[in-house]
Design a protein around this ligand. Sequence first.
Ligand SMILES: [Zn+2]
Ligand SMILES: [Zn+2]
Length: 357
Amino acid sequence: MIVGKTDITWMMLDAGAETDVTNSVGRTAAQMAAFVGQHDCVTVINNYFSRARLDYYTKLQGLEKEPKLPAKLAGPLHKIIMSTNLNPVKVVMLVKENPLLAEVEALDKCRRVMELICEKCIKQQDMNEVLAMKMHYISCVLGKCASFLKDREDKLDGLIKSLLKGRDSDGFPVFQEKFIRECIRKFPYCDATLLQQLVRSIAPVDIGNDPTALSVLTQAITGQVGFMDTEFCTTCGEKGAEKRCSICKMVIYCGQVCQKMHWFTHKKVCKKLQEQREKQEAETAKLRMKQSKGHSRNTQKPKNTTLEQRVSYKESKAAQEAADIMQELSVETKSEEMPSDFATETSHSTSIRATDN
Ligand SMILES: [Zn+2]
Ligand SMILES: [Zn+2]
C-alpha cells in the first residue's frame, strides 16, 4: 500500500484514506510505513490534516453569529498546518508572506481554532497527541506573532531577528531555544504521554547543547531523523539548503534571502568559526603527515578493512583536501562584510570571496 512516493501518499490521504484505521496486523499506515523505512511517507501521514477538517470552522455552528475562522484565513492557515518544517522562523515567514494573516485580530482567531483542534485531538476517542502538540505549537508561534505586531516597532522582522540572534560565545540562538521549550511546557494536557516524553528529553539538556528543543519536537511530530544534518537551512530550517557561507563554510542556507537575514548575528561568530575549522583541518593535516611517514605512498582504497581503518582512510583523505584549502585560504578576508557569493558544496575553488570594494 505504501509505495514510497510521498505524492501518492498525499493523493491517498486527500482521497479520504483513514490515517488511524489499522490494517490486518493491527498497524496504522504510518506504523507500516515506518516499518518498511518510508520516513517521508510517515512524515506526510503524521502531519496530515485535511482542508475539510479546517473548513468546518469557517461555517456557522449552532448559535454562532459569525464563524470562528473567516473563510479567507483557511487557506494560509492550512498551509502552515501542513508544513513539516517546524522551525519558528519558517512559521513566522509563512505568516509574514500573507497580509491577511499578519494582523492581530486574524492571528487571534487562528490561535483559538488551533487550540480547539488541539483539544479535539486529545478528547476524541482515538487520541492523536502528535497532531495536538503540533496545533498547540503553531498556536504559540501565532501568539508570539500577534504580540510582536501589537507591541513592537519592527513587527515580524523583529520577531525573526529575536529568533535568530545568537549568543556571543558561539552564536547559539538562546531566545529561540527558550521559546520552543516554553511552548512545549505550556501544552495544556499535562497527562499526555508525548508531553512527558518531550520534557524528559529536553529538561536535562543545558541550553546550547544537543539535542535542541526544535530537533526533539521535530522528531516527535514528523518522525524525521537526523534532523540537524548539514542540508537544513540555518535560518529557516528548510531541507535541501546548499549555499554555504563562503568565509567560514560552517553554516548553510537555502538562498541569499536567508543568508542576509542571518548575517546580523552570524557575522559575530563567522570569523571565529572559520578559525576553528582551519585549526581543526590543520591538525588533521598534521596527523596525516605523521601517518604517511614510513608508509609507502599507497593512495589506493584499502580492501577488506575494519571499520576503524575505513574511518581513518576517510579522515586522511579529508586531511589532504584540508591542506589544499589551507593553501587557497592564504588570501585575507574581512569578517564584517557579508560574503557576496557562496562557496558551493563540491568545489573548494570558490572559497575565496571576490574582494569588491
Ligand atoms: Zn532558508
Ligand atoms: Zn560564516
